[in-house]
Design a binder for this molecule. Structure first.
Ligand code: S3P
Length: 434
């Protein structure tokens, strides 16, 4: 349990580089492991989630060395993995689990995957269903969850799959299996989701086509090791964007943030709320990056609908906090996917922000937030809880910046799932004087 602090009257100031992108770090490791030769990953995110992917490949016999935020992977191709001696531990990581289910669905030995309590409750049938259609041999627990066994399997066949939910993890699992399948694999998306897998495959020399929501892949020739530069994670930067906007007198610069257009929904939504955010693009091969400048300023409520959700799915908790400080109502609909994240994020966001006086209601597929409300500990002190969910923990830390009264946070350890060093970066912005 930790005591959280209010921002100084002078606001938050300074320049920070948030850690590397979680989604891209997972994928860089995966492609490095299945390519031939050396892959160097710069600004790799050594967070709990990504370390589970790293250890899984080490258990499969891939040589990986880590030096801080630099990673060196020596791949020997997708057909050279060793049978792991024990089940692979996925920890809290949905991305590790779902992508590896696809990637490892054609190995000559059985592989077992298991996860922590939260991950063990999350739906895995959404990945197993298309993979079974491709002739993978996957067994889940009775209720469609982990533990999973990927049985030894020699062949996969291409399918055409219309996505029932907008999910980059499901799409990626199918594409990673499709890269090893006979025939063409087609994924049809109603709404675009993050395309890091597609970009990374191209960077490693693979071929993939995407047009009008149809992504097509066939069996890939040998992929070769690459140098990958991971941009800073926009999902982590989002916490400081909102902190800078809602904390009076603030002025923050976030360096080298990934602004992939399938991931930058938070920027679009904050701009719709009236924020003027300065985005200075920097060139980077593979994934676009930018320096982002935010200043404290008034916001107004908006409608966030299903179309907005995939591009900002992980940022909705922190956007809900921003909405408590926006004038008027913010109505979020079409966001039922939030209910199957690390926690039911509709329930946990509403529970936590209500404890500090937000006027927020839960709906089946989203929330309604009436702004603007001053935040304050309702009793003498507010006991906030991450519920074991990194993004709920970080949302609470940012909320405390503008909450009157004593605020403590339980379950702060969860933040290292995506952002080790979050509190240190937060404190650095409070120390910087203007
Ligand atoms: C991710 C996709 C999203 C996101 C998760 C990371 C990825 O999940 O919420 O944090 O790296 O592909 P869904 O595919 O379940 O939407």
């Amino acid at each position: 349990m930790i005591k959280l602090t209010q921002a100084p009257k002078s606001g938050l100031h300074g320049e920070i580089t948030v850690p590397g992108d979680k989604s891209i770090s997972h994928r860089a490791l995966m492609f490095g492991a299945i390519a031939t030769g050396e892959t160097k990953i710069e600004n790799f995110l050594p967070s709990d989630d990504v370390m589970h992917t790293m250890r899984a490949f080490q258990d499969l016999g891939v040589s990986i060395t880590q030096n801080g935020r630099q990673l060196h992977v020596v791949g020997r191709g997708i057909n050279q993995f060793k049978a792991p001696k024990q089940p692979l531990d996925m920890g809290n990581s949905g991305t590790s689990t779902r992508l590896l289910m696809g990637l490892l669905s054609r190995q000559p030995f059985d592989i077992q995957l298991f996860g922590d309590e939260s991950l063990s409750q999350r739906p895995m049938k959404r990945v197993a269903t298309p993979l079974l259609q491709m002739d993978a041999n996957i067994e889940l627990a009775e209720n469609g969850t982990l533990p999973a066994t990927l049985h030894a399997n020699k062949t996969l066949k291409g399918i055409t799959y219309e996505m029932p939910v907008a999910s980059a993890q499901v799409k990626s699992a199918i594409l990673l299996a499709g890269m090893q399948a006979d025939g063409v694999t087609r994924v049809i998306e109603k709404l675009p989701t993050r395309d890091h897998t597609e970009r990374m495959l191209k960077q490693f020399g693979g071929v993939i086509n995407s047009k009008n929501g149809v992504i097509e892949v066939t069996k890939q020739p040998e992929l070769f090791g690459q140098n990958v530069i991971v941009p800073s994670d926009i999902s982590s930067a989002a916490f400081f964007m909102v902190a800078g906007l809602i904390t009076p007198n603030s002025d923050i610069i976030l360096k080298n943030v990934g602004i992939n257009p399938t991931r930058d929904g938070v920027l679009k939504l904050l701009k719709r709320m009236g924020a003027s955010i300065n985005v200075n693009q920097i060139q980077n091969e593979g994934e676009p990056m930018a320096d982002i400048m935010v200043k404290a300023q008034p916001l107004h409520g908006i409608e966030i609908t299903a179309e907005d959700v995939p591009g900002a799915v992980d940022e909705l908790p922190i956007l809900a906090l921003a909405a408590t400080q926006a004038i008027g109502d913010t109505v979020i609909t079409g966001a039922e996917e939030l209910r199957v994240k690390e926690t039911d994020r509709i329930a946990t966001v509403v529970a936590e922000l209500s404890k500090i006086g937000a006027d927020i209601q839960e709906t089946p597929d989203g929330m309604i937030i009436h702004g603007k409300t001053p935040l304050h500990a309702l009793n003498e002190s507010a006991l906030l809880d991450s519920h074991g969910d990194h993004r709920i923990g970080m949302m609470n830390v940012i909320a405390a910046l503008i909450t009157k009264g004593d605020v403590v946070l339980m379950g702060e350890d969860a933040m290292s799932v995506s952002y080790p060093g979050f509190l240190e970066d937060m404190n650095a912005l409070m120390r910087e004087k203007k």
